[in-house]
Write a protein that binds this ligand. Structure first.
Ligand code: HEC
Length: 139
């Protein structure tokens, strides 16, 4: 078992990593995702759950059940979600549920960059309107 002998070397390598990661430079996708994560925790998690799993108060925004094409039974949402831009347009008007439209466009974009990443969608540059339009969730 070769892997067994590699492990101590890996542990030593990890041990030498600096304790705190240097902040990513502004304007990178990494920085946008990090900003989105902090905003999600501060403004969205209390209803949608720490990991976006949903709660009694709100539907999931991460995982298999997230962003269904059609509104759920009895939902306030009155639009279909085809692309990430559709989700974005509806969300930036109606969310957070307790203060609709209270964030800036850049803040909503950052939250979406974080949320799409959490859903396994790989972004290679900061999310903007055209990029969201190109992400097809339901054709
Ligand atoms: C006070 C609770 C609350 C907070 C805070 C909140 N939401 Fe929501 N959210 C809801 C509820 C309730 C719904 C379902 C609305 C409906 O009936 O269509 C919803 C729906 C959504 C949907 C559509 C989900 C779907 O399947 O239709 C998205 C996306 C979303 N929220 C994102 C966010 C984001 C991003 C934030 C933070 C900026 C946020 N929400 C904060 C309560 C909340």
């Amino acid at each position: 078992m070769r892997a067994h002998f590699l492990l101590p070397a890996l542990l030593i390598a990890c041990h030498h990593e600096p304790a705190a990661k240097a902040p990513e430079p502004a304007g990178t996708i990494e920085a946008q995702i990090e900003q989105g994560k902090q905003l999600y925790v501060a403004r969205c998690a209390k209803c949608h759950g720490d990991a976006g799993q949903g709660s009694a108060k709100a539907p999931p925004v991460v995982g298999k059940g997230a962003f269904p094409e059609k509104p759920r039974e009895g939902a306030k949402r009155d639009v279909d979600f085809h692309t990430a831009a559709d989700v974005f347009a509806w969300t930036s008007k109606h969310m957070p549920g307790d203060a609709p439209g209270s964030l800036s466009t850049d803040q909503y974009l950052a939250i979406f960059a974080f949320d799409l990443t959490a859903n396994g969608i790989k972004l290679d540059k900061p999310l903007d309107g055209p990029a969201a339009q190109a992400i097809v969730l339901h054709p």
